[in-house]
Design a protein around this ligand. Structure first.
Ligand code: UD1
Ligand code: CA
Length: 458
């Protein structure tokens, strides 16, 4: 169910598209369903339907058959599920989930499906210290058989004392769901078609209704406001930090790590505070990441050190950092930066769409764009590749063992021959021969005994 408005988000973005851990809320739900190897997932959209459908279709897990149905207008949760019925086969089980409940674990749903066993109505429930607002699980007697779910607004004072609530998640044999949904009406406090009314039909039909009661409230917590979104984000981040530490990653502070995507760590990885990882990032054995780094879509090989305040973003092309490389502090690696082993990239150096072979160094204040840099090249402070002529981009090739002095401008396309030296301050427009010293700058002129101008007396 993903048709609801989400008024309290006070946002133009449909609620289920708000992000948690870098992924839309609804994506978390779909990915969880994909883990259960469900036959198909039917997403019921309404508010912002087109936007939700586009966003979800774009990068849906390949393993799931995703379908959309629309619920317009939204007349309640029972009415929502009615819209999905034509897509559901009678020989199956329907698992009802909410698109705004992102932290449910697949194992919890497995347990619920096991309880349903293809023939019973199974409800996921939770005891809450403050159950107000939720549907209450009404039982024959304490701990006895489930008889009904009564919505808060329809509940008597006595029923409102019940602390066991319906989570919004149930597993139900589809053929039974179909008959029960056809019997729904909206004669209740909210004038809605309540999905939860099917419980009383099940009981009337003599069918067993079972509750799977969990204690982990986060798994069934929904997002209705920015505050709740931020709360669940913290829980999600803490759980992903715990999972990393569980397999050996050392975090300076698990509360100051944000993983918005997938972070895979080798052995003996250390991550200092305030780091953000996005997209797919892998850190090889012994990698150390300093404080305040942002790293997205990158592969960092074993033993590399990323010093503080480094920004790495591979976007689609990716970034590769070789074994034992030293990056930063204050370095910027952009899409297509491929750095070999033991490369050094120092402060305020930007690298984009460039390959640096083993042992190449650019330690200070430099730009390498669309360049191929050979082994052991030393690239001086303040030097840049002028790779863009205003219309097209061109490559710069710097062969092995070249020494580029400080403040050089390499105007691409250009090739610097192996072992050559480029004098500081040169603007290089033509290829240079291997082994040569190339200098391209104004000659120094000295005028002896130069008298500086003096201020005129008034
Ligand atoms: C529902 C349950 C309540 C339970 C609570 C748990 C009903 C009648 N009540 O409450 O017992 O304790 O969830 O959070 O089911 N939605 C639609 N179309 C609609 C209405 C809702 O798609 O017409 C979607 C919402 O976007 C949301 C989900 O269904 O994802 C639940 O709706 P919400 O209004 O949050 O739940 P309640 O009806 O308050
Ligand atoms: Ca409602």
């Amino acid at each position: 169910m993903a048709a609801g408005k989400g008024t309290r988000m006070k946002s133009a973005l449909p609620k289920v598209l708000h992000r948690l851990g870098g992924r839309a809320l609804l994506r978390h739900v779909i990915e969880c369903a994909a883990l259960l190897s469900v036959r198909k997932a039917v997403v019921i959209t309404g508010h912002g339907a087109a936007e939700v459908e586009t966003a979800l279709s774009a990068d849906a897990p390949a393993s799931i058959d995703l379908q959309f149905v629309r619920q317009e207008p939204q007349l309640g949760t029972g009415h929502a599920v009615q819209q999905a019925l034509p897509q559901l086969a009678d020989d199956g089980v329907t698992l009802v989930l909410s698109g705004d409940v992102p932290l449910t674990q697949a194992s919890t749903l497995q347990a619920l499906l096991a309880l349903c066993a293809g023939e019973k109505l199974a409800l996921l429930t939770l005891a809450m210290p403050d159950p107000s607002g939720y549907g209450r699980i009404v039982r024959e007697s304490a701990g006895g058989k489930v008889q009904a779910i009564v919505e808060h607004k329809d509940a008597s004072e006595a029923q409102r004392q019940i602390s066991e609530i319906y989570s919004g998640i149930m597993a139900v044999p589809t053929r039974l769901l179909r008959t029960w949904l056809s019997r729904l009406d909206n004669q209740n406090a909210q004038g809605e078609y309540y999905l939860t009314d099917i419980v009383k039909f099940a009981v009337a039909d003599g069918l067993t209704v079972l509750a799977h009661q969990i204690t982990d409230a986060a798994q069934v917590a929904g997002v209705n406001s920015p505050v709740q979104l931020a709360e669940l984000e913290r829980i999600y981040q803490r759980r992903s930090a715990d999972a990393l530490m569980e397999q050996g990653t050392r975090l300076a502070d698990p509360a100051r790590l944000d993983v918005r995507g997938q972070l895979v760590c080798g052995r003996d990885v250390e991550i200092d505070v305030n780091c953000i990882f996005e997209g797919h990032v892998s850190l090889g054995d012994g990698v150390r990441v300093g404080a305040n780094c942002v790293i997205a879509n990158a592969r960092i090989a074993a033993g590399a050190v990323i010093h503080p305040f480094t920004h790495i973003d591979g976007e689609q092309l990716g970034v590769e950092v070789g074994a034992g490389a030293l990056i930063g502090p204050f370095a910027r690696l952009r899409p297509g930066a491929k750095l070999g082993a033991e490369v050094h990239i120092g402060n305020f150096v930007e690298v984009k769409n460039s390959t640096l072979a083993k042992g190449a160094k650019a330690n200070h204040l430099a730009y390498l764009g669309d360049a191929t840099v050979g082994e052991r090249v030393n690239y001086g402070a303040g030097s840049i590749t002028a790779n863009y002529d205003g219309a097209n981009k061109h490559r710069t090739v710097i062969e092995a063992d070249v020494h580029v002095g400080s403040n050089c401008v390499l105007i691409a396309p250009v090739t610097l021959g192996a072992g050559g030296t480029i004098g500081g301050g040169s603007t290089i427009t033509k290829d240079t021969a291997p082994g040569a010293l190339s200098v391209a700058r104004g000659k120094q002129v000295s005028i002896a005994n130069w008298s500086r101008p003096v201020k005129k007396a008034r």
